[in-house]
Design a protein around this ligand. Sequence first.
Ligand SMILES: Nc1ncnc2c1ncn2[C@@H]1O[C@H](COP(=O)(O)OP(=O)(O)O)[C@@H](O)[C@H]1O
Ligand SMILES: [Mg+2]
Length: 492
Amino acid sequence: MRLGAVVWLYLISPLPALAQQESRASGYSNILWLVITLMFLLQSLLIIGLQRSRLNNKRARKALKESQRELERKIAERTESLHQTNNRLQDEIARHEATVLLLRETQDYLHSMINSMPSVLIGVTHQGYVTHWNASAAFNTGISADEALHRHLNEVYPSLPISLATIKKTIESGAPLVNENMQQGQGTEARYMDMTIYPLIAAQGIGAVIRIDDVTLRVKMEHVMIQNEKMLSLGELAAGIAHEINNPIGAILHSVQNIYRRTSPELASNHEVTKNLGINVEQVYEYLRERNIYSFLEDIKEAGERAAKIVTNMLEFSHVSNRNTSLMDLKSVIDHSVELSINTGEAKELKVKPPKIVKDISTDLPGVMGSAPEIQQVILNLLRNARQALASDLQNNAEPQFKPTINIRAHAEATHVVIEVEDNGPGMPDSVKSHIFEPFYTTKEVGKGTGLGLSVSYFIITEHHKGKIEVDSTPGKGTRFTIRLPLPDKKM
Ligand SMILES: Nc1ncnc2c1ncn2[C@@H]1O[C@H](COP(=O)(O)OP(=O)(O)O)[C@@H](O)[C@H]1O
Ligand SMILES: [Mg+2]
């Protein structure tokens, strides 16, 4: 607007001078007016143009402002949506972190669960490389999980009694393979395992989980139970037979006794009978002696007495026996048994150097309820067996430095008293050991062993005293019998 007024004043300011010139030269006046009019028109057009461009400018500015506002609105909108997305993303991250934490916790939990299991758990690949190794596996093998992982099973667990071929076959079959009571080692060192192979299809690939449980205690308990059952039925049988043959043996011995008496010249009634018959007692006696009849009778008597002794032993199997139980002084029972064992004729008969008997009896042994003669019989049986075993060893074993020894020990534990009789004799293989408590089982020649010593001892300890008797034996090293007798009012 201001610019238009300035231009107008500039255009009209020379007009009075032009009028004075008209008077001097009127020819030019029309042209001048035309020029002026044209200029005026031009000026007007210019002003109009300017005005329009101003208007356009104003409109454009307005449009610009509007689009700027629109842009700002859109930016705000987008910012808001970005903000929301960002919030959502942050929520998602938080949730993700919580899930990761939970996952780690679950993993740790599972890990410690697997590790706290008493079973050995080993994960392997199809090729036998270790993928998992729990704490029990580490404990059993002495190889830590870090050392075992990714190594071959044969390398880290060479004593495992299953082959890679079996593992592969199990994986291929898809069904678990169960092997129960697998034995490892022999004799007292024998251990029993239950072994299961589970085929596994995991994200990491195909493999298997091997689970090993040490069931030695269970198997040993089962053996004891089977043994008990067997012993009970055999014991009943033996007691039944003993009752049946007790009377015939009694009759035999009684009759032998009568033959001695009725042929003896020392008995007055014999003289009377022979006199009536017209013969002489001394002649009858002489004849019988000459024909060795008395020596036959002696044999019959000896055999009969041996049979009677066996029967007496066998009667121990029957539960009805006249037993006197009292609080026993085990130390004196043991001392007495050892003394008797040294002084028996049987011990002197063994024609080898007698074993050294080493006693280690705790001085404060508590009293145990039971029958002292029965416990003495058991200890005598064990000492006799040890002596016989050592004697046979000495006969077969020429080593001069061998020192036959029997150790007899006794001490108290929380609920029971433990008595051990141990020798360094020949020991016995498993095939013998599993039968020794059976009645009539013997490895000794006829006349030397009846096979009743241990079975009677077993009954005395387990049935009469509610205790336990066990054997540990290693061929070539020796044998140890362990007796446990419960203390009064304490259950084992
Ligand atoms: N200390 C021992 N060392 C080696 N073997 C033994 C020992 N004690 C017992 N035995 C074995 O146990 C078997 C049974 O013993 P036992 O019942 O006392 O009967 P017996 O002594 O009459 O043979 C014996 O024949 C012997 O084979
Ligand atoms: Mg014996």
